[in-house]
Write a new protein. Structure first.
Length: 402
């Protein structure tokens, strides 16, 4: 298609985003999609020829590049090759897939688990398999885009409640007709804010109103609970959640997503969820890496403890400098800058001083709530974290944020 002759909404969308991106690039304020060319130890990376401390990682326990996980992936590659024979339901299932799913079910304290090729696809397919046009799906306003998209795709009546506001959740539950099917979905740790869902009250409300509860544990796996098992362990509420979703791409240094639940639920998903039935299986090396990572988490419990200590140090340090870090209680620390431009300028300062942080701006977060989404992992050392705090603080002072 010749873009110059079209004059329609698609062309306008293309031009609008291209203009915004090229404007940022011209002002040297574009920081997305930068390629990492090397891992340099646990918490350092080489980007564009510059070695930087990594403060934007999702590898919360510092497992990317772990030798035992790498070895498991190489072994699977030698045994099975790089791909599978198709979709899981047909010829694509390997013994390794089943072993990974058993490992996940065990780790999450559920009867069974099923895996998909991404966390995004997991939410999309699970929500749209479980609820339909006659049903109600109730979602926290700060839930991840993949949950929102799953809710929209399901065709269910989609009700959203104010972030972590239990009165608002109860009002939504009351709004659903008696006897209707209700699915409540929440993130465990919110990916842009780092705060934790009020699980005790969410569970109590779901029981009171006879609603199913699905929790996305993308950011609580490895992060919450004494042994990193997640949000139920954090609140000491075993058996509280009906449907546990998680990813294999953050704490677990692989790719994919999972649902853990009852045997019957998993049987339904295994035979009717479209991302399982109509999409090819996870590749062997990634499956083996994921399985080994769950084992490493249990074998190296110091990682979970260190992550907690590092998160605490990072939050305290930034707050002491005068930053607004919202309600975070985890190693995901928003450093609120207000305007998008301020977030971009602070990012440039930090990256010029060899600390890799990234800005999150609208529409990913509400207008006026732009921020650096900074993270620490179990791979950081306390003196490295202090240096990062100093750099972010200097950036904040330069931009008048603190
Ligand atoms: C809360 C949440 N759920 C789901 C996903 C999607 O997971 P994946 O990256 O594995 O597709 C993400 C990833 O960004 C996330 O933050």
């Amino acid at each position: 298609m010749n873009l110059s002759t079209a004059d329609d909404n698609i062309k306008r969308r293309i031009m609008t985003i291209n203009k915004r991106i090229s404007g940022l690039q011209e002002d040297n304020l574009y920081f997305y999609n930068q390629p990492v060319s090397e891992l340099r130890g646990g918490a350092r990376v080489l980007i564009n020829g510059r070695e930087m401390g990594m403060y934007a990682s999702y590898s919360y326990l510092g497992l990317v590049g772990h030798p035992r996980i790498n070895a498991a992936a190489k072994e699977a590659l030698d045994l099975y090759g790089t791909g599978t024979h198709g979709s899981r339901m047909l010829a694509g299932t390997l013994k390794l897939h089943n072993e990974l799913e058993e490992t996940i079910a065990d780790f999450k304290g559920m009867e069974a688990a099923i895996t998909y090729t991404s966390g995004y696809a997991t939410n999309l397919t699970t929500v749209s398999t479980l609820v339909g046009r006659q049903d109600y799906v109730i979602s926290d306003k700060f839930n991840h885009a993949s949950i929102v998209d799953g809710c929209l795709m399901s065709g269910a009546k989609f009700l959203r409640f104010n972030h972590n506001d239990m009165e608002a959740l109860e009002n939504r539950l009351k709004q659903c007709p008696t006897g209707s099917t209700k699915l409540v979905i929440v993130d465990s740790v919110f990916s842009m804010d780092g705060d934790i869902i009020n699980l005790p009250q969410t569970v109590a409300l779901c029981r009171k109103y006879n609603a199913w509860l699905m929790v996305d544990e993308a950011h609580s796996l490895g992060m919450l609970g004494k042994t990193g098992r997640g949000i139920e362990e954090h609140f000491n509420m075993p058996g509280a959640i009906d449907i546990k979703m998680g990813t294999l791409s953050k704490t677990i240094p692989s790719i994919g997503g999972y649902i853990a639940g009852s045997k019957e639920l998993i049987c339904l998903l295994r035979h009717t969820s479209r991302a399982y039935v109509f999409s090819s299986a996870l590749p062997p090396a990634q499956v083996a890496a994921a399985k080994a990572a769950f084992e490493v988490i249990l074998q190296e419990p110091w990682r979970v403890e260190k992550l907690r200590a590092n998160g605490g140090q990072f939050i305290r340090g930034l707050k002491d400098c005068g930053f607004n870090t919202l309600a975070t209680e985890t190693a995901i620390v928003p450093v609120v800058t207000g305007a998008d431009e301020v977030a971009f300028a602070m990012t440039r300062y930090c990256q010029n001083h060899n600390h890799f942080v990234l800005p999150v701006v609208s529409p990913a977060v509400p207008v006026g709530q732009a921020r650096l989404r900074a993270t620490v992992t179990a791979a950081h050392e306390p003196d490295e974290i202090n240096q990062a705090i100093e750099t972010i603080s200097a950036a904040g002072k330069e931009m008048g944020v603190i």
